[in-house]
Design a protein around this ligand. Sequence first.
Ligand code: SF4
Ligand code: SF4
Length: 375
Amino acid sequence: MFFHLILTTECNLQCRYCFGESLDDFDEDFGEIEVDYGLPKKVNYNVESLAGFCRKDPDCVLTFYGGEPLLCADKIKQVMDNVEAKLFMIQTNGLLLDKLEPKYVNRFHTILVSIDGEEALTDYYRGNGTFRKVVNNLKLIKQNGFRGELIARMTIMEQTDIYKQVRWLLDNDEFSFSSVHWQLNAGFWGNDYQRRNFEQWTKTSYIPGVKRLAAFWVDQMEEKGVVLKLYPLLGIADSLLHEEKNCFMRCGGGWINYAIQTDGYIIPCPTMWGMKKYYLGHINNADPRKIKKIFVYQPPCADCSILNVCGGRCLYANVTKRWSDEAYSKVCHTVAELLEAVKDEVPRIQRLLKNEKINIKDFDFIKYNGCEIIP
Ligand code: SF4
Ligand code: SF4
C-alpha cells in the first residue's frame, strides 16, 4: 500500500492555484461533508505508532507530503531512521531540498518536485525567485549523489502552453528532466470556473498541445528508441497496450494510495483532510492491508464510456463537486481528447514494438507514485 504522510498543513509558498484560490474560495461549501479545520499543524502522533502500522505491510511505501514536508526535515529524518518502509518518496516544492542531508535525500526512491515549466511561468504561478532556487537545489542534490527518479510535477491552467512547457522541461540548458507529470487545476475550488477562461483554453491551447505532445512522444521512440516518462501519456498507453480496465482511481486515491493526517487518521487522499465522513481508521490500530476502499459509482463517472481508462479522474473532485456538472464536463472532455490522442498513436507504438525499436518493458513505471495519470 501507498501512504502520503501529511507532515504539516503549512507551506512556505503562496502559489496562485493553491493559496491564491483559497483566498477567493469564500464559500467553502462541502455540503453534508463536515470538515475539521482544527487539525494539528504538525504531526502529533508517535513515530513508533507509524512504525507499527507500516510493519504490518511489507510493501508499505511512504511519501512525505504537506503543506511543504521539508518544513519538517527533522520529522522526515526521524521517520526514515525508525520506520521500515519498502520505499520512501517525497512531494516537495523543492525550496528546502538543500536543508536535508544527502544521506537522507539519496534514500528517496522518487522526488516529485513542483515546477511548472520555464522560469517566467514557474515564477508567475509560484512567486518570484522560486524557479532559480528550486533549480539550484536540484543541481545540488544531483551533485551530492541523488540517483533516484526526479519527476517535474506541473500544475497547469490557462497561462500554460502544455506542448511548449513540457518540451522545455525535457530539454533546456538549466535543468532537464526525463520524467514529467501534469495536473489540471480544475474542479478543486468552489467559484473559480465563472471567472476563468477554462473551456476556451482547453479548446485552443491544451487539447491541441496534448495531441502534438503525443506525436512528439512517439517520434522520440522512433528516432531515439526511448519511451519518455510523460506520465499521462505513459499511463494511458500502458493501459491500452495491456488492454487493462481501470475502474478505480488511477492515482490510487481511496483504494491503494491513502494519506495519513497530522493526527494519525487515515483518509482516502491528502486533499480530503479533515473530512470526518471519510476517516478510514487510525494508524494506532488499523491494518494497512485492510483499509476500507472507496469507489465512485455515481454519475457522471458511473455512466461514462471511458471510465475503464479514466478511472474517475479524482475522488476529491467527485465527492466534493466543487464545479457544476456543466463545468466539470469540460474537464471530462479533455480526458476524452487525451485518450484519443494516445489511441491515435497506438498503431505506431505497436509497429515500433514489433520492430523491437522499443520494448514493452519501457512502459513500466511505479504506479501510485504520486502521478495521477489522468490530469
Ligand atoms: S471522463 Fe469524467 S465522467 Fe468519465 S470517468 Fe473520467 S471523470 Fe468520470
Ligand atoms: S487525483 Fe484527486 S483523489 Fe487522486 S490524489 Fe489527486 S486530489 Fe486525490
